[in-house]
Design a protein around this ligand. Structure first.
Ligand code: F6R
Length: 369
């Protein structure tokens, strides 16, 4: 049942190219437009939406954080992302023009379910992004866009996360399409790039041996920090979460721009710091700033583990370890940048003798608040 892999997690990491392709299947028509018939919220209502609110937990929350960048960029609709467990306790401002997106692999997470119930009571429309057919969250939502990751058995979410990202991009692009944003050309280009992304994820998977070796060499460390900016920031948070739950290590993700506001005090000799570097094309200001951050932390002794686009030579002098990912449009980079972090956490967990598929104290679906 593990298809020749030692753990379900390894199998599920390897299945990501297919999971990503399956989630796109049938949703982009021959003309390169999106057809999301499942989103049974009338387009007239989608045009009226004046705010998007995403609720989710854990890894699904990180997908939501990334979705915010895409939604705001392509639709210019303000988007908030909130931990489902915090949402209804702060009396959120919602009405019939708010579109609430609930992201959940299992479809049974109680915190997310309670958040969406609260949103519907306020008259908001709820769209679920879910991996489990017929589960509670989609049943209680106005519409559902299923991720087609297939069953995810390992407690730590991997392929579900990548497909949640794909679904979020589809929703963002669809809202852009329905509302006719000015980004028409960019949207068609992104749709084209999305349709190639499964092959890029495959290429990343083929180059993971050095990442495994690196992970094994860090097995006796206590702390690993993760830095990112823009969509790389949630990727850093996700890398840290994977390491906590699998390797039981102290792991923290920071927005790289925040370093000087506190976290840089943590840097000490030989502390491993993973840095997700944005594309040097696109938002190149951010790229240059993060390269300075890498220099700063290295000057203070950090062991820098740099995830950067192929062809980005500026990072080479400052990277103790360099992990290459294919060039993608900025907003899609999380689909390739997350994969090495999953492999890293999985290998570290194995090296530390931990149970990879069933980390201590965790359950696959959390049906209590
Ligand atoms: C992390 C992980 C959890 C889940 C979270 C939400 O690897 O698996 O953080 O992402 O419990 O679960 P779902 O998506 O089922 O609502």
């Amino acid at each position: 049942e593990k298809g020749g892999y030692d753990y379900f997690m390894l199998k599920e990491i390897a299945e990501q190219p297919k999971a990503v392709a399956d989630t796109l299947l049938g949703r982009i028509d021959a003309a390169g437009s999106l057809s999301l018939d499942e989103v049974r919220i009338p387009t007239a209502e989608l045009r009226e939406v004046d705010k998007v609110v995403i609720v989710a937990c854990g890894t699904a929350f990180h997908a939501g954080l990334i979705a915010k960048y895409a939604i705001e960029h392509w639709t210019r609709i303000p988007c908030e992302v909130e931990l489902a467990s915090e949402f209804r306790y702060r009396d959120p401002i919602l009405d019939s023009r708010s579109l609430v997106i609930a992201i959940s692999q299992s479809g049974e997470t109680m915190d997310t379910l309670m958040a969406l119930r609260h949103a519907r009571e306020q008259g908001s429309k709820v769209l679920a992004i879910c991996n489990t057919n017929g589960s509670t969250i989609p049943r209680e939502s106005d519409a559902v866009l299923y991720t087609h990751a297939g069953p995810e058995v390992a407690v730590a979410s991997t392929k579900a996360f990548l497909t949640q990202l794909v679904a979020c991009y589809l929703v963002a692009l669809y809202l852009g399409q329905v509302r006719g944003t000015k980004w028409g050309d960019e949207i068609s280009a992104v749709i084209r790039d999305l349709s190639h992304i499964s092959g890029e994820v495959e290429r990343v998977l083929e180059t993971m041996e050095p990442v495994r070796a690196l992970a094994r060499s860090l097995a006796d460390k206590n702390t690993v920090l993760f830095l990112g900016r823009h969509v790389g920031y949630p990727v850093a948070l996700e890398g840290a979460l994977k390491l906590k739950e699998l390797a039981y290590m102290h792991a923290e993700g920071f927005a790289a721009g925040e370093l000087k506001h506190g976290p840089i005090a943590l840097i000490e000799e030989d502390l491993p710091v993973v840095v997700v570097v944005p594309s040097p094309r696109g938002r190149s200001v951010l790229h240059d700033k993060i390269v300075s951050n890498i220099q700063e932390i290295r000057a203070r002794g950090a062991r820098t583990i740099v995830i950067a686009e192929e062809g980005d030579e500026t990072v080479v002098p400052y990277a103790d370890h360099l992990i290459r990912i294919p060039a993608t449009p900025t907003l899609l980079q999380p689909l390739v940048a997350t994969v090495p972090l999953q492999v890293f956490a999985c290998e570290l967990a194995t090296a530390r003798g931990n149970e990879v598929d069933q980390p201590r104290n965790l359950a696959k679906s959390v049906t209590v608040e």
